[in-house]
Design a protein around this ligand. Structure first.
Ligand code: CP
Length: 343
């Protein structure tokens, strides 16, 4: 396992890594997955501690990091705002219950070997980019690696597990049609992190990427430019369509999930009334067996939790093409590969 370029690195977005580096992380993930299945010891992080700061709730992320650290011989320590002083950005007003990130990051870095953070949505006042700024301020002050466990822009650990799952199911990804589609949900509180990270991940591996969504639910233009640039570099293609059926035609992988567009200037918060109106006008963006029949027998992917009956029918998500459990399970293995190399 080579760690020459990865030791000590922060993991905030896949955009800051090369394809070789991502392949090294995936290679480590496959190796550790094999070892875990055979119950071969692999205590590569013996005695090490990962501090996990969760502003938002989690099933998969928390438990995959905790189990992963235990399997690697270390410990993952769970912290929740309310149980600790809430970390505050430089320039933010100090309150009785807050503590400056520069102090929190430096203190935790003295006691452990990594800091992982999840923050998006109401904890950032729905100001797009603020969650990412918080994660980056931790990284600026921490002398140990900082891992993004999902902010308001990126969910890179999910994207690693997504690529791993597609590779396991399809083999070579080059030339395969990958559809990241918006889907209807009853709640508009849905960050952009998963769809943005999914198309970023696919763009490193030569996939034919289609992004589908109703007008008004555009992703961050900087992410779209990055994906366009990456497909020029690594092959494949990228297009945006506004019709779910058209997008699904001949797809090898479909990944339909809800997200809420947010002003990308980071100055205005998401407008829930406007978002609600777009969502309610597009209830037909649901993945059904009829829509799956348009595909090339595609894999059905979802990061979970899914809004059943809104984003997708039970028949599809519990059907033979669904790989949602493998995807969730690969969170464990992908993050173990990541932690083993950066920590
Ligand atoms: N996919 C994902 O990040 O799941 P959790 O919200 O349960 O962590």
């Amino acid at each position: 396992m080579s760690n020459t370029t990865l030791r000590g690195r922060d993991f905030i977005t896949l955009m800051e890594f090369t394809r070789d580096e991502l392949e090294a992380i995936l290679e480590a993930a496959y190796d550790l997955k094999r070892k875990q299945i055979r119950r071969e010891p692999h205590k590569l992080l013996d005695g090490k501690t990962l501090f996990m700061l969760f502003y938002n709730v989690s099933l998969r992320t928390r438990n995959s990091f905790e189990a992963g650290m235990t399997q690697l011989g270390g410990h993952a320590h769970f912290l929740q705002p309310g149980a600790v002083y809430t970390p505050a950005l430089k320039g933010e007003e100090q309150a009785y219950t807050t503590e400056r990130i520069s102090d929190v990051a430096r203190v935790l870095a003295e006691m452990g070997d990594g800091i992982a953070i999840r923050i998006y949505g109401k904890h950032t006042g729905w100001l797009y980019g603020k969650g990412n700024r918080i994660v980056r301020e931790f990284a600026e002050w921490s002398r140990v690696p900082v891992i993004n466990m999902e902010d308001d822009m990126y969910h890179p650990c999910q994207a690693l597990a997504d690529v791993m799952t597609m590779q396991e199911k399809l083999g070579e990804l080059r030339g395969k049609k990958f559809v990241m589609s918006w889907a209807y949900a009853g709640s508009v509180e849905k960050p952009l992190a998963v769809p943005q990270s999914a198309i970023i991940g696919a763009s490193f591996f030569g996939m034919e990427i289609t992004l589908a969504h109703p007008k008004g639910l555009e992703l961050d233009p900087n992410v779209l430019s990055f994906v366009e640039k990456n497909v020029r570099k690594f092959g494949g293609s990228f297009k945006v369509v506004h019709d779910m059926d058209k997008a699904f035609k001949d797809a090898d992988v479909v990944y339909p999930k809800a997200w809420t567009a947010q002003p990308a200037d980071g100055k205005r918060p998401m407008d829930p009334e406007k978002a609600k109106a777009i969502f309610e006008a597009n209830k037909h963006w649901i993945t059904t067996e009829e829509k799956m029949a348009l595909t090339n027998d595609a894999l059905y992917m979802h990061c979970l939790p899914a809004d059943r009956g809104q984003e997708v029918t039970d028949e599809v998500i519990d059907g033979p093409n669904s790989v949602i459990i493998e995807q969730a399970a690969n969170r464990l293995h992908a993050q173990k590969g990541l932690m083993a190399l950066i920590m």
